[in-house]
Design a protein around this ligand. Structure first.
Ligand code: SF4
Length: 96
């Protein structure tokens, strides 16, 4: 009876927590915001991540969409490095 009264609820709760944290770990997203007014067209961000590309005048944009200024993506180290190393903070990361 002790098994049913104590162990089974503990086991199910524990399993539920494991499933929740596993899904949380693999679904970490972030919101990346471009601020073209701050961009000085140094070209650094693309050396870190292919997410970024440039207009003809060198101002940052997303590689596949020239008008979009914000997007939610999976958090990756290359994008984080690009954001961290932007000298004018023209790239921002917001938790989503
Ligand atoms: S690193 Fe920053 S300033 Fe340089 S091109 Fe990219 S967004 Fe513009």
């Amino acid at each position: 009876m002790v098994f049913v009264d104590i162990f089974l609820p503990w086991f199910f709760f524990h399993t539920l927590l494991l499933v929740f944290f596993t899904f949380s770990y693999y679904n970490i997203n972030m919101k990346v915001t471009l601020i073209p007014e701050r961009c000085i067209a140094c070209g650094l961000c693309q050396t870190y991540s292919e997410l970024f590309d440039y207009h003809d005048n060198g101002i940052v944009r997303f590689y596949d969409n020239p008008v979009e200024l914000q997007r939610e993506i999976a958090e990756t180290s290359d994008v984080l490095e690009a954001i961290k190393n932007c000298p004018t903070r023209a790239l921002l990361k917001d938790p989503s």
